[in-house]
Design a protein around this ligand. Structure first.
Ligand SMILES: [Zn+2]
Length: 176
């Protein structure tokens, strides 16, 4: 019995040491890139990739056109210099130089960064308003009203949940 076990062990050791051992790994063709798509979730939420990137609250506002309750957002009473960016796609939207105190409870700006927001008429909730969206990813940001201050007379009333803040971005003072 012992001799048999020894022979078996030797055979195994010889096979393991053999440089020509044909292990499945050594023979596998180099096609690893094809395996990556399998890691993506495919069965659900394919319609909107932002569902996984955003918190449920952010998703409700940005992608389902919700509105946060006033005086609850983190940016309505925020006064640092910098740039407000889209929370979904990180595009720059507003600079702190255009932010003003509207008293509405939502962060308010008299002007967006050029070409960074899209506007569309919105007749939901029995009101005629103009919806403001990120021009890059289409996320809902808020609405624009014509009761703002100079120089534009506009009030971009934006949800904090739609925004992120970049203190290293420009504050608008250097823009033409
Ligand atoms: Zn965006």
């Amino acid at each position: 019995m012992k001799r048999l076990a020894f022979a078996a062990a030797m055979a195994a050791a010889l096979a393991a040491c053999s440089p020509r051992a044909k292990s499945p790994e050594a023979q596998a063709p180099r096609e690893q890139p094809q395996e990556q798509p399998q890691e993506q979730p495919q069965e659900k939420d394919m319609a909107d990739p932002y569902k996984e990137k955003l918190t449920p609250e952010q998703y409700y506002v940005c992608r389902q056109k919700g509105t946060e309750r006033p005086f609850t957002g983190k940016y309505y009473d925020h006064h640092e210099k910098g740039t407000y960016i889209c929370v979904a796609c990180k595009q720059e939207l507003f600079t702190s130089g255009t932010k003003f105190e509207s008293g509405s409870g939502w962060p308010s700006y008299f002007q967006p960064i050029k070409d960074k927001v899209r506007e569309e008429s919105d007749s939901s909730h029995g009101m005629r308003r103009t919806e403001v969206m990120c021009s890059k990813c289409g996320s809902h940001l808020g609405h624009v009203f014509d009761d703002g201050p100079n120089p534009t007379g506009l009030r971009y009333c934006i949800n904090s949940l739609s925004l992120d803040f970049d203190p290293d971005g420009g504050d608008g003072s250097a823009e033409s």
